[in-house]
Design a binder for this molecule. Structure first.
Ligand code: RIB
Length: 297
């Protein structure tokens, strides 16, 4: 079984639930403030680790209390943090998250130390990377770093999963070849829609409560959703990507990995907050009767 290496963002999330999302200029009163670890990269690392993958996190936090808590939180979940750099010149990344009853949210990220993830992290990613490993990337760190990481991973013969979230800047650049690109429908449109199918090994378009579509080997496979009562969609995509990485590192075929991802994403939507919502094997068993021992090639 290969390892999972995640190079990406590490944030502290400040979360508040409101009756309805504010419109520009509105002030709304919400519930109690929840302060929980997040960041797309760190969430995906933890999601894979909770299911049983060997996971290494590569990234950067600030030299502040949030940074200390974020590294400790990753370790508690069994993620290796030797390649998380503490950067005293920056605050840790922070996300302001507003969730409405019903599960929709808005997320605003102050990247802080994530903005400085660069060559040093790519060199650390490359070190010790093997052919069986799976490299997981997202777009909350500088795009040039993501591109260099893809090249380094390919050079090592590792497989690459790119989660095109948030899509932002990459819309103006051609998507490099990756083994699996995961995007929600809006991100997929921004990245060039149908053209994408030809430029990557496989493409998954996630559709929230409608499941997902997998485009691979010239055909589309519809992956049906797991019905759940959604409380908060935050990190559902991260649970999805982490579970897919876990399954691929274990040797699963992509359609099976994507089915597991869908279940993990649905499970995450049933709880408030990013990190607290990422499922353990027992959650997948309780909610959907999924046994992880069945996940292999
Ligand atoms: O995908 C959810 C994550 O996006 C949150 O944890 C937040 O930190 C932002 O990075």
């Amino acid at each position: 079984m290969g390892s999972v290496a995640v190079l990406g963002s590490i944030n502290m999330d400040l979360v508040v639930r409101v009756p309805a999302l504010p419109l520009p200029g509105d002030t709304v009163l919400g519930d109690r403030l929840l302060t929980v670890p997040g960041g797309k990269g760190a969430n995906q690392a933890v999601a894979a680790a909770r299911l049983g993958a060997r996971v290494r996190m590569i990234g950067r936090v600030g030299g502040d209390e949030f940074g200390r808590q974020l590294v400790a939180g990753l370790r508690e979940d069994g993620v290796r943090t030797a390649d998380v750099i503490v950067d005293a010149s920056e605050p840790s990344g922070t996300a302001l998250i507003v969730v409405e009853h019903g599960g929709q949210n808005t997320v605003t990220v102050a990247p802080g130390a994530n903005r400085r993830v660069g060559e040093e992290e790519v060199a650390r990613l490359r070190r010790g990377l093997g052919r069986d490993d799976v490299v997981v990337l997202q777009l909350e760190i500088p795009l040039d770093t993501v591109m260099a990481a893809i090249a380094a991973a390919k050079d090592a013969g590792a497989r690459v999963i790119l989660n095109a979230a948030p899509s932002g800047g990459i819309a103006r650049r051609p998507v490099p070849f990756v083994d699996l690109l995961v995007a929600n429908w809006r991100e997929a449109e921004e990245l060039g829609g149908k053209e994408l199918e030809r430029s990557v090994g496989a493409l998954v378009v996630t559709l929230g409560a409608d499941g997902s579509k997998l485009y691979a080997d010239g055909r589309m496979t519809r992956i049906e959703p797991q019905p759940v009562e959604a409380i908060d969609a935050t990190a559902a995509g991260d649970a999805f990507v982490g579970a897919v990485a876990f399954a691929i590192a274990r040797g699963a075929h992509i359609p099976d990995a994507v089915r597991l991802g869908g279940a993990a994403g649905a499970a995450a939507a049933t709880k408030l907050g990013a990190r607290p919502s990422l499922p353990f094997p027992e959650d997948l068993k309780r909610l959907f009767g999924i046994e992880l021992d069945d996940v292999h090639d």
